[in-house]
Design a protein around this ligand. Structure first.
Ligand code: ZN
Ligand code: ZN
Length: 418
């Protein structure tokens, strides 16, 4: 059995707000340092991206492709669509040509062409209809970033159950993608989700090391084919998703509730002395329950700008929770902080995309191990030999002792050093 790291959700340069550098050589390079073996192509419904992929990839095995100039990374066709209720769904497809056929079938339901939307098209169909169509093409489908305040199935004022979008097809969806601001423990508060495999994917819009593989899945399969990936996601024939690796949810940019207008994030603290400052609005910890409920009912306004307070992922899940039991069947979820973020914080540098940070990232990933291994399994002493402070922080991360300033309102959380 092979155990490989896979990231199924990225976007091409044809999606909105994505980097022009999302091209195969860069994707292969970043995946290598990250330690990924399988990467979704993203945007498989976009004909321009498909054309590029067809020109530069070769089919290695059924539904699995490699880059002509470097065959170390395996690509599987994936894409994302938005439905008629503003809900995003992630798709995995058994070949590039099935992406082509699916795109032309979906286009029949549209007035526009898929191309006019860019990589992530808006299809005027309900979630349930998308499941039926994607399954006819032998693809896999599930809700993308299921809890984010925008474009997700479980956002406030949308659905409390999968059947809201998927109707009688909800038992047939293949997985639930957690999104950057949630983890398994949080999502398993909703008992309905116990029946589904969780996927953790990066949703990368850039090939930068802080993005590619920032969330991924440890997948066990016999050989690398689309069918084996299907078995693993469906958890059959001994193939499975062994572990989920994902950002510490507090680092996610939609973790905390926030003011829709000024984007200050909501913090619950003991003994509030100021109602707000530059970045936050404060409420009494003791009132958390009541406030969350009012936020969901759209009854809380920002004390600064009177904007409506919107529910972040943490509060949203608490409001959807149906159980306090632990799901003992759920595979391990490993919380990580991207290596570049750790390096930048130690060096006191604001951006993770600077020369000094990347130099140390390249040093560690070429001399110690790939990033995922460094973050999760490489012996701490081995890391310390190359960089003592990085080793110490990772030690703290693995034992859940990191302090993090929670993200929210579109701003990522921040690692705080002791
Ligand atoms: Zn999305
Ligand atoms: Zn405000």
């Amino acid at each position: 059995m092979l155990s490989l790291y896979a990231d199924f959700h990225i976007h091409s340069p044809y999606s909105r707000a994505t980097s022009k550098a999302m091209l195969l050589p860069n994707l292969v390079e970043s995946s290598k340092s990250a330690g990924l073996k399988i990467l979704g192509t993203g945007d498989i419904l976009d004909s321009r991206w498909r054309e590029y992929l067809k020109n530069h990839l070769v089919e290695e095995d059924e539904g699995i492709y490699t880059y002509k100039k470097d065959d170390s990374l395996f690509f599987v066709p994936t894409g994302e669509v938005e439905d008629n209720e503003g809900i995003h769904h992630l798709l995995l497809l058994p070949s590039i040509s099935s992406g082509e056929d699916l795109a032309s079938e979906l286009e029949k339901s549209m007035e526009k062409t898929i191309k006019q939307y860019g990589g992530r098209p808006i299809i005027p169909l309900k979630g349930s209809e998308l499941v039926e169509i994607v399954h006819r093409y032998n693809g896999l489908i599930g809700p993308a970033h299921a809890f984010t305040p925008f474009k997700s199935i479980f956002r406030s004022n949308r659905y409390r159950k999968l059947s809201g979008s998927y109707l009688n097809q909800s038992i047939k969806i293949d997985f639930v993608e957690l999104g950057l601001s949630a983890d398994s423990n949080m999502a398993d508060r909703i008992k309905e989700l116990w029946n589904y495999t969780f996927l953790t994917n990066s949703d990368s819009h850039s090939p930068h090391p802080s993005k590619i593989g920032r969330e991924c899945n440890l997948i066990s399969l016999n050989t690398i084919t689309f069918d084996e990936i299907r078995f693993a996601i469906k958890n059959i024939k001994g193939r499975k998703i062994e572990k989920n690796i994902g950002l510490d949810p507090r680092l996610g940019k939609y973790y905390s509730s926030f003011c829709f207008k000024c984007r200050r994030t909501v913090k619950f603290v003991e003994n509030v002395n100021a109602l707000y400052d530059e970045k936050n609005i404060y409420f009494e910890k003791a009132d958390e329950h009541v406030i969350i409920k009012s936020v969901i009912e759209k009854n809380v306004r920002c004390p600064v700008c009177r904007g409506l307070v919107k529910s972040g992922v943490n509060n949203r899940i608490k409001s959807l929770a149906t159980t306090k039991e632990r799901n003992k069947q759920r595979v391990e979820y490993i919380n990580i902080v991207p290596l570049v973020e750790i390096i930048a914080t130690i060096l006191g540098i604001k951006g993770t995309n600077t020369k000094t940070v990347l130099k140390e990232y390249n040093n560690l990933t070429s001399n110690v191990d790939n990033e995922i291994k460094i973050l999760t399994t490489t012996p701490i002493e081995t890391i310390k030999k190359e960089n003592k402070v990085v080793g110490e922080i990772i030690d703290k991360m693995r034992t859940n002792q990191l302090e993090i300033n929670e993200g929210g309102g579109g701003i990522y959380g921040k690692l705080l050093l002791p």
